[in-house]
Design a protein around this ligand. Sequence first.
Ligand SMILES: [Ca+2]
Ligand SMILES: [Ca+2]
Length: 107
Amino acid sequence: MADEVSFTGSEASSDGNPGSAASPNATSLLQQAEATFKALDGDGDGFVTRDELRASYKSLGLDLPEAALDQLMSADTNGDGRVDLEEWLRSVEPAPQPDGQEPPFLD
Ligand SMILES: [Ca+2]
Ligand SMILES: [Ca+2]
């Protein structure tokens, strides 16, 4: 006889809060970004340099223009010339919406 226990209900019960801003895609987006970072970090030292970016994209058949490299390297917020994982994740994270930008109510 099967003696399985059937669980009723889910471990993550919805709190039914319509104001919750948590997106179910946020985690997977970050995981994706982390995987991308590791793919770009050719020598695996935990930093992505401009040369690594260029080489990685080149290996994909993409010849990134300098402007695109500039944009990617703009994630380097502490200015050490290389992007660490923290900087990378921050750069791909959707910017939080500033307050005071609420749409006007239309009566
Ligand atoms: Ca590296
Ligand atoms: Ca940096």
